[in-house]
Design a protein around this ligand. Structure first.
Ligand SMILES: Cc1cc2nc3c(=O)[nH]c(=O)nc-3n(C[C@H](O)[C@H](O)[C@H](O)COP(=O)(O)OP(=O)(O)OC[C@H]3O[C@@H](n4cnc5c(N)ncnc54)[C@H](O)[C@@H]3O)c2cc1C
Length: 452
């Protein structure tokens, strides 16, 4: 199937280069990263083709390539602002679709050593239905001149040609919606095919160097269900925070729209059960009593969905001496984070803004590969510091010392509102991790405030 929006750019059949145009970008994947990247590329390429293996209709909200849409997705304030910069009016559109923004301090959040202090933090959050968010983005992107979607098209190889200065990537090939093999020629290929990206295998099949990976042998699991709030209910957003190595069970409950709440139970190295009684028992086993109330008092509006991922994997493409020119990697295909920290989409939005800045300065797209680690490194080190204690055999001494210090700060947060504010501002990507090196914070490590 072939769809075209905007100026109606059409592929020219086999060979696939838009007629009369020589600047064509192909984006693999119509997920969050693919759509944001297409938005940026549309300002610089005369034609942008987003290629998606799923069949996607205008109204599609749930689809096989987006299994995480059944689970809680928090969009941090920094991510909302980045989306607004890329798609003016998006915040208003999200609230028209029912998204209910709230501040972190409105959550009943259970930290590993007690309740989070109820102090205003000015850290607003939004928890849109992930499928609805993608539908909004898709509509905005496909309305841009020159942007089109080829859905039902599974990319299974790159088109690579050796050249005097290394290989050149000049397109992709795969199986189209009619079941035929097809090539799409392009000047730029962006891999935005998510955490299961097969790019390393495609490079290896062509005899090219593949990236080394940083990853932890860990599973993060989600089991989620949608509930209707009872008429007399006064539900508040809720969270239970995991902490390595002792607190492996966590949860989050957020409003997707007024009266419709998504409850996700999470497990590090364990999977919350998907049967009715197991789901309730797991909710009851949490220290935050709100979770069992959601399950007991709410009316289920959906089946129970489960999903497990390997969190925290970074493919170090910037370290490969010669990646093919004309090929970039973005989003989870490049680096994915433990979803329990709620940072993934925000970090992708920051990658899109970086690409926009580089292209606006007329830098070659390849500058993105060299620059993107600057966006990733701080959240990556924080995620590693939080998660390395699940797999201590993977950590060196300095990683374990950092992890231990971070654990101590989190332990003190219930009794220390100022520390709690600093810590969560860093987790929400609102402040640099360097702010945790402030003398007042270091002093608290040495002399913790007594618990209240
Ligand atoms: C359970 C869970 C909860 C999460 N919670 C949060 C949260 O609270 N906050 C947050 O910010 N982030 C969260 N995340 C992370 C967030 O979902 C991801 O960071 C984000 O979806 C990644 O977007 P992406 O576009 O890179 O990949 P994806 O969303 O996975 O999109 C990849 C797309 O590529 C398509 N594709 C794949 N292979 C091919 C191919 N060969 N040919 C054509 N198309 C292909 C897929 O069908 C898909 O549409 C969560 C993740 C999970 C798993």
């Amino acid at each position: 199937m072939e769809l075209a929006w905007g100026d109606g750019t059409r592929m020219s059949g086999e060979g696939g280069r838009p007629r009369g145009r020589d600047d064509h970008a192909v984006v693999i994947g119509a997920g969050f990263a693919g759509l944001l990247t297409a938005r940026v590329l549309a300002d610089h390429y005369r034609a942008v083709t987003v290629v998606e293996k799923d069949v996607v209709r205008d109204g599609t909200v749930r689809r096989p390539g987006l299994p995480q849409a059944h689970h809680v997705h928090i969009l941090l304030d920094r991510g909302v602002r980045a989306l607004e910069a890329l798609f003016p009016g998006m915040t208003a559109e999200l609230s028209r679709q029912g998204a209910v923004p709230f501040d972190v301090c409105e959550m009943s959040a259970m930290l590993p050593r007690g309740w989070a202090p109820a102090r205003p933090l000015d850290l607003p959050l939004t928890s849109p239905d992930r499928g609805v968010l993608d539908r909004l983005l898709r509509r905005r992107v496909l309305a841009l001149p020159g942007v089109s979607l080829r859905d039902g098209f599974r990319v299974d190889a790159l088109c690579l040609t050796p050249g005097p200065r290394g290989a050149l990537c000049h397109g992709v090939s795969g199986r189209n919606a009619a079941g035929r093999n097809e090539r799409l020629e392009a000047d730029l290929v962006m891999d935005a095919s998510g955490r299961h990206s097969r790019l390393p295998g495609w490079l290896a099949a062509s005899g090219m160097a593949t990236p080394t990976e940083r990853a932890l042998p860990l599973r993060a699991s989600y089991t989620s269900r949608l509930y209707e709030e009872p008429a007399e209910g006064r539900w508040k957003p809720a969270a239970e925070i995991t902490q390595a190595p002792a607190v492996a069970r966590g949860a989050a409950a957020v409003p997707l729209a007024p009266g419709r709440w998504l409850v996700s139970l999470t497990g590090m190295g364990q999977r919350p059960p998907a049967d009715e009684s197991g789901f309730l028992d797991y909710a009851r086993s949490l220290r935050n009593p709100h979770f069992s109330r959601f399950v007991i008092d709410g009316r289920p509006l959906s089946d129970v969905h489960t999903y497990s991922v390997n969190p925290n994997r970074w493919r170090l493409y910037h370290r490969i001496r010669s990646t093919p020119s004309g090929l970039l990697v973005v989003g989870d295909a490049l680096c994915c984070f433990n979803p329990v920290y709620g940072q993934g989409m925000t970090i992708i939005a920051l990658q899109a803004l970086l690409l926009r800045r580089l292209l606006a300065r007329r830098q070659a797209p390849s500058a993105f590969t060299a620059s993107v680690p600057r966006v990733l490194i701080a959240p990556w080190l924080m995620a590693m510091a939080a998660d390395i204690r699940w797999c201590p055999q993977q950590g060196n001494l300095s990683a374990m010392v950092t992890a231990h210090a971070l654990g101590r700060l989190l332990d003190q947060a219930p009794a220390d509102p100022d520390l709690y504010g600093r810590l969560f501002s860093v987790i929400h990507l609102a402040r640099s991790p360097a702010s945790l090196l402030h003398p007042s914070v270091l002093a608290r490590l040495a002399h913790p405030r007594p618990a209240r």
